[in-house]
Design a protein around this ligand. Structure first.
Ligand code: HEC
Length: 206
């Protein structure tokens, strides 16, 4: 038991003598390390509250983020907006292209939507490229064709149709083009020749 060291009259009190005076709840502990003594007090309430709060926060964190709905890791981005097939997949569009009714509707639209003014009355090419041959600038995938018709190309030289036509109209136009090109097969088109610098041979073989 450490003795409280009261200052004697012969000795000036030191700072530590003062600090270890038994005052109120401050009681020195029994041990001393190299002459250093310490009080045996309760931890301050704010300190204990911080500890409990940290433990609670850690628990909530682990439960929420590791086992609950919290987000961990790279953010989950929303799926990219599909613009190429207007929401239809390549497989769906190819299935549509087998339907003669869709083709017939597409054919009607080529004059109604004025495709024929640039691509020719038979779509064999005028200002715009020949759409009956097996050469394509933007590819023969139906999603490419739908994208071209919807959004336009070459800064509007090929005008976007998405404001004038529904997505099914555009799909039907693509069906008609595919049916035409499929019927043409691998024959060389006697009409507007492809531009070998821009058009690649990608026959429609589906
Ligand atoms: C104002 C003239 C114009 C009109 C109208 C027009 N096109 Fe075009 N179209 C073009 C031009 C020019 C290109 C070539 C763009 C390029 O060189 O990048 C093109 C390209 C295309 C292509 C891409 C061909 C390829 O080889 O990849 C498709 C498909 C197409 N047009 C379909 C249509 C359809 C369907 C319509 C009617 C809804 C239509 N176009 C109306 C001018 C037109």
């Amino acid at each position: 038991m450490a003795k409280p060291r009261a200052p004697t009259s012969s000795q000036e009190p030191t700072v530590s003598d003062h600090a270890l005076q038994p005052q109120g709840p401050d009681q020195p502990r029994e041990h001393a390390f190299d002459g250093i003594e310490e009080y045996d007090n309760n931890l301050p309430v704010w300190w204990v509250m911080m500890l409990y709060l940290s433990v609670a926060a850690a628990l909530i964190y682990v439960l929420h983020f590791h086992f609950g709905p919290g987000l961990l890791g790279p953010p989950t981005l929303p799926p990219p907006k599909r613009i190429d097939g207007n929401g239809y997949t390549e497989a769906q569009l190819r299935a549509f292209s087998k339907d003669p009714a869709r083709g017939a509707h597409g054919k009607m639209l080529t004059s109604k939507a004025l495709c024929v003014t640039c691509h020719g009355p038979e779509l064999t090419g005028l200002v715009g490229p020949n759409l009956r041959d097996r050469w394509w600038i933007y590819g023969s995938n139906m999603t490419d064709i739908v994208l071209t018709i919807s959004k336009g190309r070459l800064n509007g030289a090929m005008p976007a149709q998405e404001k004038n036509l529904s997505k099914d109209d555009i799909a039907d136009l693509a069906c008609y083009l595919v049916q035409l090109t499929r019927a043409e097969g691998f024959k060389d088109s006697p009409f507007k020749k492809p531009d070998p610098k821009r058009e690649k041979e990608t026959p429609i073989d589906y």
